[in-house]
Ligand binder design. Structure first.
Ligand SMILES: C[S@@+](CC[C@H](N)C(=O)[O-])C[C@H]1O[C@@H](n2cnc3c(N)ncnc32)[C@H](O)[C@@H]1O
Length: 257
């Protein structure tokens, strides 16, 4: 692997976005996992307001929308993802209650206690799990829910290579009990947590990228940065294959108290 880029944050964000606009999901997950997390959330009705923060192109949002009443607003920093999201919503006949807008999860356009549910798959890390849970809480009604996925360690000790990879990528990665304690401290009852199955990474994230990588490399033929990005993402997949016993994504679901 190229030695210059040790961390995903060192790549051009526009390039990362373009790469991920070729894939249905921008992070590990699956419709089954989205539905499992949703099964812990009650009280939703046709008046409910849901926000999906860091929604990407909306793979998980469309699953949510097809299985919940109420309206959903997706928020993402990147216009291209928002455009693809709204196209998908229209194709599925969901545009009347599902819409994405460009915005940032650290500057939300909601009123106090306006939301019944905040959803965020593979995205809260952008501002940090602890900060996100604390800042988002005021927008959720009492008795409303937050549901996020977050990279987490499975073991108290890890081999140095994977430890270093994650400390560069996301130093807030921690063991599951610590993540749950942070949720409690932020003012939520931790209702459920579960580990995403391996297939969410292998089949739904890494395998889908193989096709995308081909198109991307054709488009950016001769572009060193694009080559390095693909190498980095291939390296990420190899690390997962080698060290998947030590880490993964975990769904954390909490109810605002
Ligand atoms: C790993 S992707 C996950 C996307 C989607 N939720 C999924 O699971 O497929 C992270 C997403 O967060 C978005 N993002 C990054 N920083 C953001 C911010 N400050 N506010 C809103 N979205 C952000 C990215 O554009 C990207 O779509």
């Amino acid at each position: 692997m190229n030695q210059e880029n040790n961390c995903i944050h060192e790549f051009d964000i526009a390039l990362i976005c373009d790469y991920f606009s070729y894939v249905e999901r921008q992070g590990p997950g699956s419709p089954e996992v989205t539905l499992k997390a949703l099964s812990f959330i009650n009280h939703l009705n046709q008046h409910s307001k849901i926000a999906d923060l860091g929604c990407g192109t909306g793979g998980q949002t469309m699953v949510l929308a097809q299985n919940t009443p109420g309206t959903i607003i997706g928020i993402d920093l990147f216009p291209k993802f928002v455009e693809i999201f709204n196209k998908h919503a229209a194709e599925l006949g969901l545009s009347d209650r599902v819409k994405a807008i460009i915005g940032s999860m650290d500057n939300l356009p909601f009123k106090e206690e306006e939301l019944d549910l905040i959803w965020s798959e593979g995205a809260i890390y952008n501002i940090g799990y602890e900060r996100g849970l604390n800042e988002w809480r005021r927008f959720i009604k009492k008795g409303g829910f937050v549901a996020v996925t977050e990279a987490s360690w499975f073991t108290p000790k890890r081999p140095a290579e994977i430890e270093q990879f994650w400390l560069d990528a996301y130093p807030e990665i921690d063991i599951i009990p610590n993540k749950i304690a942070i949720m409690q401290k932020a003012g939520y009852v931790p209702v459920a947590s579960f580990i995403l199955p391996e297939s969410c990474w292998t089949d739904n994230f890494f395998a889908l990228q193989l096709h995308a990588q081909k198109h991307f490399m054709e488009k950016y033929a001769g572009n060193q940065n694009a080559t390095h990005l693909v190498e980095y993402l291939q390296h990420e997949a190899q690390l997962y294959a080698r060290y998947k016993d030590y880490y993964g994504y975990v769904f954390y679901i909490g109810m605002k108290i």
